[in-house]
Design a binder for this molecule. Structure first.
Ligand code: DOR
Ligand code: ZN
Length: 348
């Protein structure tokens, strides 16, 4: 008999569900169905929609779409290019955090760093600022925080270089946290070559030495975030950055657990307890996930995500989500989402 593991509902603070504007890639129904299938009962959606979420009415529109479509709980991050600071007080009421891009990525919403100081002053301190920063912007990002006591989360930290900078900043008492994605933990630049366009994302994949460094410093990494960033196959062929990951994150972590790289306690800490704490997200004792420990092979055709591919297609993993209970109701069972659209709560 295969054993069943029970986990609290997992929380992914970093997904791109593309709705409204790019629902050919994903939408708030398929994206939250993928979340449940992967054991995530709460997700937080990024603001780099086709029309970026940098105005309060867009945030309210997205919330209304979510109320109608989602099957998991969801919160939203707001965005800024430095020209919407007057909207922050109102926007923060409806947001989990504020996402700022210091490097180029999908959408092209790169912030001029001259605005950072005013943004930090205006965004409410109890709501985290999330930074997309890479090797070339991390020094500037950390320097911008010195002496401020402004909580900041560095997203999808890709390399030894960036993690060492964060470890240094933490040692100085700067309230910075960081997350890592499954693709930066399980894939390298060698895989990126093999995967071709399907291995392209921001930040890009790094060396085996980087990957080994991340695994050996897991205690310095606060959370795991999927950075679920679906694009259609055609858009990938045309150079889009990002990979889907909501349905593969937990199975991959279970594989790492079987290899002795991470414990179940660490998985729960980095995919539930810490994200809830850092982003001030509600948790619920009547929400849980059951995983059946029975090996299976990841198959792109079995995924709920609309994009229809995965860089992990063909990987064997040791366990699979077989049941999800959200607020006391069964929402996923034996490979099927059984919840109706609109079941999920909008948080924040
Ligand atoms: O690879 C990425 N894709 N990195 C990002 O920062 C954005 C994301 C997207 O939205 O496609
Ligand atoms: Zn992202």
């Amino acid at each position: 008999m295969s054993s069943v593991i029970r986990l609290p509902g997992l929380i992914d603070v970093h997904v791109h569900l593309r709705d409204p504007g790019q629902t050919d890639k994903e939408d708030l129904l398929t994206g939250t169905q993928a979340a449940l299938a992967g054991g995530f009962t709460t997700v937080c959606d990024m603001p780099n929609n086709l029309n970026p979420i940098m105005q309060v009415d867009r945030l309210i529109e997205k919330r209304a779409i979510a109320e109608a479509k989602t099957v998991a709980d969801i919160g939203f991050h707001y965005g800024s290019l430095g020209d919407n600071i007057d909207t922050f007080t109102e926007a923060a009421k409806y947001s989990v955090g504020l996402k700022l891009y210091l490097n180029h990525t999908t959408g092209g919403y790169t912030l001029d760093v001259a605005h950072l100081k005013r943004i930090y002053e205006a965004w409410p301190r109890e709501k985290v600022v999330l930074l997309h920063t890479e090797e070339d912007t991390i020094d500037l990002a950390i320097a911008s925080l010195e002496g401020l006591n402004r909580p900041v989360h560095v997203c999808h930290m890709p390399s030894r270089y960036v993690l060492e900078k964060i470890i240094e900043a933490k040692a100085k008492g700067i309230p910075v946290t960081c997350g890592v994605t499954p693709h930066h933990l399980f894939l390298t630049a060698v895989d990126a070559k093999k995967l071709g366009v399907y291995g392209q994302m921001k930040p890009p994949l790094k060396s085996q030495e980087d990957v080994d460094f991340l695994w050996s410093h897991l205690d310095d990494i606060d959370i795991i975030e999927s950075d679920h960033a679906p694009h259609t196959k055609q858009q990938k062929e045309e150079g889009a950055f990002g990979v889907p990951n909501l349905e593969t994150t937990l199975p991959l972590l279970l594989k790492a657990r079987a290899e002795g790289k991470i414990s179940l306690e660490q998985i729960i800490d980095k995919c539930h307890t810490k994200p809830a704490q850092l982003f001030n997200l509600p948790t619920d004792d009547s929400t849980h996930v059951e995983v059946t420990m029975k090996p299976y092979v990841i198959n792109s055709n079995d995924l709920y995500t609309k994009c229809g591919w995965s860089p992990f297609d063909g990987w064997e993993v040791p366990g699979q989500v077989t049941k999800v209970v959200l607020h006391g109701k069964i929402v996923y069972k034996d490979g099927q989402v059984v919840a109706q659209p609109g079941t999920g709560d909008v948080v924040a």
